[in-house]
Design a protein. Structure first.
Length: 289
């Protein structure tokens, strides 16, 4: 009898210990689940309070001014990945960014799934070294230079020196715009093909015989921007269409998928007349007035 009572007591103790252990394990699982949920929510909140952009290096100044102004206004961070127009368009198609940036028009096949919204106009400046005596070229002369038909600066009023043609890589929106306007698509004879606007400007600045093209918004005082057909590239001549070598700056968004709330709010900001002053500060010409 005493043995039975003893065994019953031991069994009761073991059952109590087991119950306590199970309760503690469930509590731990619940706590871990709550922690994971909180962490995921924090991650979602962080993503919803930021906007990712990807694309044109020519739009660096414009997107920089717009992003800074928007962050100061709303506290929402806008990131920028300067990969080139073609890469930015692909990033939107792949869902790797919220908004793409392009300094060329969308191609017909791209327009099937994407929208391109022009927020600014930009002249494509034809640039030479500051020591170059040439100040003006006709569009026809520029075309012939890049086709390799004019090879020496003396043929266009300059010194007796070979012309070194600098351009952008194949995916560049600036290159696409320049070649479309000058009728040189897939025909240009380049001495160098560079991957960014800054590289083109730096190379021309360091080579007295070089000629290149770059976004007017990015051209500073290290190089000389030529007049084309007697027209100096400026905001007024770009807006009036007098300056012949120009293109649009586009925001690229998907047609079949709505933007996140934060991305849509930034898009609305960029397409409003409110941003005109920032676009001008960046050196481009606003289209929303």
């Amino acid at each position: 009898m005493k043995n039975k009572q003893f065994m019953a007591g031991v069994l009761a103790v073991l059952m109590a210990i087991c119950a306590a252990g199970c309760s503690a394990e469930k509590g731990s699982e619940s706590s871990n689940s709550q922690t994971s949920s909180v962490n995921q929510q924090a991650k979602n909140d962080e993503q919803s309070s930021s906007v990712s952009t990807d694309g044109s290096t020519s739009m660096e100044s414009v997107i920089g001014f717009l992003s800074e102004a928007y962050q100061e206004k709303t506290g929402v961070k806008v990131t920028y990945n300067p990969t080139g127009s073609g890469s930015g368009i692909q990033a939107v198609q792949d869902g790797r960014c919220d908004i793409g940036l392009s300094s060329r028009d969308l191609k017909p096949e791209e327009s099937q799934t994407l929208n391109g919204t022009v927020i600014a106009l930009d002249g494509i400046a034809v640039i030479v070294n500051k020591d170059n005596a040439v100040a003006n070229l006709t569009k026809e002369q520029i075309t012939k230079i890049y086709l390799g038909e004019i090879k020496n600066w003396s043929e266009v009023g300059g010194s007796d020196a070979p012309i070194v043609c600098i351009g952008r890589e194949a995916a560049s929106g600036t290159r696409d715009g320049f070649e479309s306007v000058t009728g040189t698509a897939e025909k240009c004879v380049y001495s160098q093909e560079l991957t960014s606007t800054g590289d083109v400007i730096q190379t021309v600045a360091s080579n007295p015989n070089a000629i290149g093209y770059a976004s007017l918004a990015a051209v500073g005082d290290t190089v000389k921007a030529l007049s084309v057909d007697g027209v100096t590239p400026s905001e007024d001549t770009v807006l009036s269409k007098e300056y012949p070598i120009q293109r649009g700056f586009l925001l690229v968004t998907p047609k079949d998928k709505a933007l996140s709330a934060s991305a849509q709010a930034f898009f609305d900001f960029c397409t409003s007349s409110e941003v005109s002053e920032y676009i001008r500060e960046a050196g481009a010409v606003p289209v929303a007035e």
